[in-house]
Design a protein around this ligand. Sequence first.
Ligand SMILES: [Zn+2]
Ligand SMILES: [Zn+2]
Length: 348
Amino acid sequence: MIQAKGIAAFSAKEPLGPYSFTRRDPKDHDVVIDIKYCGICHSDIHTVRSEWGEAAYPVVPGHEIAGIVRAVGPKVTKYKVGQHVGVGCMVDSCQECAHCEQDLENYCLKGFTGTYNAMERDGSAPTQGGYSNVIVVREEFVLNIPEALPLDKAAPLLCAGITLYSPLRHWKAGPGKKVAIMGLGGLGHMGVKIARAMGADVTVLSHSDRKKEDALRMGAHHFVSTHDGSAFEKYAGQFDLIINTVSADLNMGDYFGLLKLDGSLVVVGLPENPLSISPFPLVMMRRSYAGSLIGGIMETQEMLDFCAKHNIAPEIEIVPPTQVNEAYTRVIKSDVRYRFVIDMSKIA
Ligand SMILES: [Zn+2]
Ligand SMILES: [Zn+2]
């Protein structure tokens, strides 16, 4: 077995702390990765605090993993020692259902294997995530990180990046399309940069003017503050696509009204409470309300290559492993511009 050092949650209430555990020795198709950086995603916090159901402690969170190949199993063909690689939210899937066959492992009909707080498909061990110094993953779920992307900034692309890239692609953001991004946080700021690079006309919808300069600097063409409600009249019927990255409870009816005929509002953030929505504004203009969950492996690779080609990277703040608990407190207060990344090389 391979000795691993990590940062784990031991219960819903305690702070995270150091944890020693083991990773499997590489099988034929496994890649052993020295983790250099891991992003902090809000999902990590929801999971370790059992807000999405009781977690299986101890949990080593982290699914925005960037590192360097340490070793490969004898039958690995795609990766070699020293290569820059990443791992996102999935480490396995059934590989044979109708969705996996279409490269949509994220919608595997038997459920994909999460990078942490899940069980390996053979039941041998719980999966443990990227707040650690090493991980072993089958090669089909390893991504190549192009040399043009620095490893620290590449990390958040593995969840935040693909979470926005996939719906922008699916709903065809591009020239001639008006796209609005709700919320300028870890997810939203990636949406702005990617939608802009795809050629869409990009608007940020935000509850205050606080992030206006940042939004425009990141590539948004327009910034609309929704705080006094007048924007909902002024911009009614303007957008082809709105992506909601905000987890707060909002009156979605107001936002449906901003869509054109046949426009879609896509949710990628998960509010804690169910939404109550009126179908009237949907019915009136044949609008759609939809959801989207990360992306498949092939599309995730496409996103990494796209970001490298267009020089797109998240804006990050690097923290040492000893400051994960403080970082969590700040994520909850939205006090981060725009994503925390843990420097895993500093793990004690
Ligand atoms: Zn995530
Ligand atoms: Zn499947």
